[in-house]
Design a protein around this ligand. Sequence first.
Ligand code: FES
Length: 140
Amino acid sequence: MAAFEPTIIAFVCNWCTYTAADLAGTSRLLYPENVRLIRVMCTGMVDSQYVIKALLEGADGVLVSGCHPGDCHYINGNYKARRRIKLLKTILPQFGFEPERLRLTWIGASDGIQFAEIMQDLVTQIKALGPNETRLKMVI
Ligand code: FES
């Protein structure tokens, strides 16, 4: 049986984390290919439905990552995201998902190394959790 390779959906802010991912790439830093980036203009626009839909439709983990607090290009979008993610973590168990499948991070535009490290750490964490069982139940 093949080793479990998780699929992780990452909603990343255009101004910071996406730029850090780009920097990691141009710096030839290695990070796992399990992570699928979805570029958004700000973490504040990542609706709770996006996260739940990603998990329901097969993601093993979801990352929301953007500018550090105080650096949001839309003033307070990341503060809104932080409140939303905190709330989401409390309701995810009602859908059958472990809250650890969702992570919020701040990765600045110049943090290419940090980006690669966090992606590696996230994949390790999701591998330890195992496949998204709720997704599997829905398929059956
Ligand atoms: Fe990056 Fe708002 S613009 S989190």
